[in-house]
Design a protein around this ligand. Structure first.
Ligand code: NAD
Ligand code: TYD
Length: 360
């Protein structure tokens, strides 16, 4: 039976990936997650009775723990999702981003390298280390610039993207210097079930349902490329299966939208689902607030490589994906309550009440 070590598998994309893989085949997953504010065991509730899902609360900076897990479970692939992932938090406090995204990835690479060097010939050949990264490492595009390809030079602008860029460079170096069979993926903005409601789409859905303001940064014309999380999971699986070792694959939804367009679409679906809401039309809740410092204007992804080499393309459109996502948040109020805990409330209060809202 296949055994994979997944880091950050209690977070948004990691948990969707673990569930996706478990649905596809019988396999053992060792899931190491520090359970920061963004990690939530409720995401993995359906695997509670699955003896082949082994959850370990732990930090990817903890080399002793990593060594022990690698030696005990002998995985044939490692997927690194663990990260601090929110740009706004990286602006307020970059330390954790440097620690987890850079130091954590370095420690993980070191332990994986020693483990891999001790494997037999065939095992070494088949082993893969997959680094889950972001399109934000490429910086910001002008309105008419060609979307990011795998050859676009790195130009990160936030502490978050800079820390992810540093991690990607380390992964690249471990392939070139030591021959560790790595794969790197750079994906655009994900949305879907289980995303922590500090990010644009879940924040707008939950605020909209609660009749709270919908804070749009700056002029709302910043463009992001949106991909439904399940499509990302399928892409990661394919890259593991058929990706060429040492290569980078960009993943995206070919779905560029301004933030205003995204929020307007969410409001329209909420109007449809809750026509009698006191705050309908939901767009009346939109509030323009102070812009994010260094706010990247546009991200877009050229997906021709992953399409050409691996035959991947997204299955979900924004229209179908956003409806599924809204439905999921409606159907999971206990999940929503659990994440809107102390740490979440503190962030919302500090970030929107003190810094942004005062200028709106
Ligand atoms: P998330 O914040 O929802 O989840 C991150 C997970 O990592 C959490 O469960 C957290 O507890 C865990 N974690 C944090 N520090 C850790 C540490 N030191 N050791 C072990 N676990 C730790 O993030 P996400 O949105 O699921 O993103 C997952 C990965 O995908 C990240 O590497 C991110 O950079 C990348 N990515 C995200 C997006 C997106 O739109 N969300 C897009 C492209 C790439
Ligand atoms: P976010 O979900 O934080 O992802 P990222 O910054 O990694 O792209 O933000 C998506 C876009 O939405 C980004 O341009 C910032 C903007 N945004 C708002 O306008 N208001 C908000 O409250 C948030 C969280 C984001």
């Amino acid at each position: 039976m296949r055994t994979w070590l997944v880091t950050g598998g209690a977070g948004f994309i990691g948990s969707n990936f673990v569930l996706h893989c478990k649905r596809r085949s019988t396999m053992r997953i060792i899931n190491v997650d520090r359970l920061t504010y963004a990690g939530n065991l409720m995401n993995l509730e359906s695997l509670e009775d699955d003896p082949e899902h082994i959850f370990v609360q732990g930090d990817i900076r903890d080399r002793d723990l990593l060594r022990e897990l690698l030696n005990r479970y002998h995985p044939d692939a490692v997927f690194n999702f663990a990260a601090e992932s929110h740009v706004d938090r990286s602006i307020v406090g970059p330390d954790d981003f440097i620690q987890t995204n850079i130091v954590g990835t370095f420690h993980l690479l070191e332990e994986v390298l020693h483990y891999w060097e001790g494997m037999s010939g065939v095992e070494r050949k088949e082993f893969r280390f997959l680094q889950v990264s972001t399109d934000e490492v490429y910086g910001s595009l002008g309105p008419r610039e060609h979307p990011f390809s795998e050859k676009t030079p790195y130009a990160p602008n936030s502490p978050y993207s800079a820390s992810k860029a540093a991690a990607d460079h380390l992964v690249r170096a471990y392939f070139h210097t030591y021959g560790l069979p790595t794969l790197t993926t750079n994906c655009s903005n994900n949305y879907g079930p289980r995303q922590f409601p500090e990010k644009l789409i879940p924040l707008m859905i939950l605020n909209g349902m609660a009749g709270k303001p919908l804070p749009i940064y700056g002029d709302g014309q910043n463009v992001r490329d949106w991909l439904y999380v399940e499509d990302h999971c399928r892409a990661l699986h394919l890259v593991w299966e058929a990706g060429r070792v040492g290569e980078v694959y960009n993943i995206g939804g070919s779905c560029e939208k301004t933030n205003v367009q995204v929020v307007a679409r969410i409001c329209a679906v909420l109007d449809e689902l809750f026509p009698d809401a006191a705050h309908s039309p939901h767009s009346s809740l939109i509030a323009y607030v102070r812009d994010r410092p260094g706010h990247d204007r546009r991200y877009a992804i050229d997906t021709s490589k992953i399409h050409r080499e691996l035959g991947w393309k997204p299955e979900e459109t924004f229209e179908t994906g956003i409806r599924k996502t809204i439905q999921w948040y409606i159907e999971n109020p206990s999940w929503v309550r659990s994440v809107q805990s102390g740490a979440y409330r503190e962030w919302i209060l500090k970030h929107y009440t003190i810094s942004d809202r005062k200028q709106s």
